[in-house]
Design a binder for this molecule. Sequence first.
Ligand code: NAP
Length: 479
Amino acid sequence: MRFVVIGAGMAGVLSGIRLRQAGYEDWIVYEKGDSVGGTWRENTYPGLSCDVPSHIYSYAFEPNPDWSQRFSPGSEIRRYFEGVADKYGILPRIRFNEEVDRLEFEQGRWRITLKSGKRDEADVVIAATGVLHHPMVPEIPGLDSFAGACFHSARWDHSVPTEGKRVGVIGTGSTAIQITSALVPSTAKFSLFQRTPQWIAPQQNADYTDAEKASFRRDRVAFRKMADDLTRGFHETFSNGVVDAQSEQMKNLEALCRKNLDKSVKDPVLREKLRPNYRAACKRLIMSGDFYDAIQQPNAELVTEGIERIEPKGVRTKDGRLHELDVLVLATGFRVDRFLRPMKVRGRDGVDLEDVWKDRPNAYLSISIPGFPNLFMLNGPNGPVGNFSLITIADMQLHYVLQLVEELRAGRGREISASEPAMQRFSEEFDRAARNTIWATGCRSWYLDSRGVPAVWPFTYQRFTEEMARPVLANYELR
Ligand code: NAP
């Protein structure tokens, strides 16, 4: 069987490794960029780090005793992925600067057309195309008229100096908060344009000492146990809490965030501007140990007036004030409803994915779409993406996918995809559960789909683990 993997980010590299371990030799990875790393290649903004502990945000088979910090910086994470791809011999199998344009299922095989015009074929396609991938550029009047440098946070222009400059950042998501902490100390003036305040959980990010790293290297069992304990603690306190808005975990989390705000911000006016009027973790929870300190610095300003328009000299807010800027950063997030798009995907009988997904993207267990056989998504729609280690998630999904593929290898059929009734049942149960989650308690966020229903895994982590352990073949159509 021939496999095509799309994307050489964390999940694409993992796919190559797992395919080889499963004994498949005929596979290739198409990557539109010029190197591996996905989101860690595209995001290079100042202050970039991962707020999932590094010892959890690692491949299970490649623990890294050398992480510099509990929450290591983005550049180090990118080097880690590059190192793993190299060590496991994945790089020669990646075709860089090749973007997949079309996927068409014809006569039992996927026909793949690349933007370069090249063509390929595969029995199985694994889409490892990422979630937070397509920058969301806001429609603010006059944006193009800005005379200084303006870019999205995921397209950071490192040729533009920020030191000693007047920098403005639009947005208060995880990205903007990290940028704020990193840039306030070196800019002349820093303006953070906040449309909605965010709850912020405290975070301590200690460096690992040489002695600690040596002990991780020496005692692999204890090292593994530490990572497992971190994972378990995280799931017990957070992952299982978010799916039940009434849970004790969510109440405790809110108290923690409130205390963090009350204790950290001295000026009562600023404190109230920073206080959200919705529940903690309704939006994707932010963790930061230095944001409140940064925004209280004399050169920092939290601008809460709405943005009227962008002008050549800066941002005009609705109170008529012009905030003059040299650099404007759009930390405005991503179009998370894209998934496989903009690729044009046609399944069995020429069915267009755009039509199937015209209301919203949907997939059985986040992996398979009825009528699109032998096409499997990693970190696809409705998956567990909120504050988890997506590496663990992708690995479990691959384990599951390879069991489906095993049905083909064993000759029990040539085409496998989720059945329509299974998709239907899953969607109904999903929607019911989604309404009980913390994400549905009244805030705007990228978790919500076009109907306002959270589009991320609304069940417990345990349930996800159980589902991924073994596919229920009765929920699949095998031809
Ligand atoms: P985001 O969470 O979607 O935040 C976008 C921000 O831009 C929001 O504050 C939003 O305001 C604001 N915004 C959007 N359009 C606007 C407009 N027209 N005018 C004014 N403000 C506007 O995006 P993000 O911060 O890039 O983060 C996305 C996700 O990436 C995170 O939730 C997280 O999952 C991931 N991430 C993870 C890490 C990590 O450490 N693991 C770090 C960075 C990002 P509203 O809130 O009012 O909509």
